[in-house]
Design a binder for this molecule. Sequence first.
Ligand code: FAD
Length: 421
Amino acid sequence: MSSPQVVIIGGGVAGLSCARHLLDQGVSSLILESSEAVGGRIRTDQVDGFSLDRGFQILLTAYPEASKLLDFEALQLRNYEPGALIRYQGKFHQFVDPVRRPRKLLSTLRSPIATFGDKLRLARLKLKSCRGAIQDLYFRPETTTLQRLNSEGFSSGFIDRFFKPFLGGVFLEPELATSTRKFDLVFRMFSSGDAAVPAGGMEAIPRQLASGLPSESIRVNAQVKSVDPETNTIELAGSETIVASRIVMACPEHVAHRLLEFESAPLESHGVTCFYFAADVSPVEQPMLILNGEGVGPINNMSVPSLVDRRCAPDGKSLISISCLGVVENNAEGQLRREVIDQAKNWFGTSVGDWKHLKTYSIPYALPRSNSAFFHREKFEYTRRSGVFLCGDYLETASLEGALLSGRMTAEHLVESLATE
Ligand SMILES: Cc1cc2nc3c(=O)[nH]c(=O)nc-3n(C[C@H](O)[C@H](O)[C@H](O)COP(=O)(O)OP(=O)(O)OC[C@H]3O[C@@H](n4cnc5c(N)ncnc54)[C@H](O)[C@@H]3O)c2cc1C
């Protein structure tokens, strides 16, 4: 193979976004992806006729990069109902944004989930978060999400019943220690758009990105073993070597650290465990996120994806997705699953006993931790000087949007560096 000018290590959405933006600028690239398909953390498996995302994920339609780069219409997005069904004091309570669903105003005002003051504060926070340019969010003073919620005056009851399970499910950590930069982005996105999934599963997103690239520009089952930043030489498993003018490290941060032999430690990560079950009857009627507002038991959040996208389950069957924060060792999976089933029985009755377990995903590296300034500008500059560029969600807001943005920014810096050669 002739030596390509740019090699991108990693075919997740950051690497794919980078390749697409490079192509737009007339720069071709070669993606080396270690697994059997592109997508990275966004993959969907077919099991017994069900489409299972590898961990519960959603696309927020207000994401600016995603709106520009993806063809939402072709993805045939299916939306979740705005709001949540919250389990509290032995019952489910709908908590819905009355601006988006005015007919739910009364039930939301009466909801015991929040005090009247909390509801007003939520409306105020929503207005504040949607004001100004999106880039400004990244330059606001940074603190933890919990500190921000406290300083906005929310009651501790409302934080426990709503924000902890809701944002805990987004950040994959229950303490809400995540940076307000990510909170500001996520809150604004939830306030101004829909939470959606493509028909057939989240993997349609990376597949659509890849379909805009020449097929010969992606090599799967191509694991990079080492990178020499002095000579820009990449060694693949099987001892093949490739020399490139520019290298983009679009693999997870800990892999980039290992390959480049960085001395500093990578960010810690948050893990999650997602259980999928098949049922003859859906336990709820609403295509809504279900949150555990009681703070006890292993379930953080759950949903019935087949109510949102009929295509993800065979006719007459319902798909149930349950997320627990943290990872579980193989030998403890059975015990955790029993606890999850017991909690679900308590919520929905004995018919839960008929649910059939489909698969459990325990994902240790689901999200890089975003506790404070997570823009690694120093590392970024170091690598740019050597012709090796870092790229990935950990450089921006750890999310699909952050990964797409990082891909674009890396492509822009890389094209700039080629122009000044
Ligand atoms: C369970 C879960 C739930 C999530 N929920 C949401 C959500 O609801 N909304 C949201 O916006 N985001 C969510 N995210 C985050 C989002 O999926 C990620 O931020 C995004 O996919 C990261 O993309 P990436 O390209 O930066 O990294 P990755 O997807 O990790 O891609 C890195 C790629 O590098 C490859 N690679 C690794 N080592 C090598 C090597 N040596 N050689 C070659 N290739 C290599 C990997 O196989 C992988 O394909 C969630 C993530 C998970 C796991």
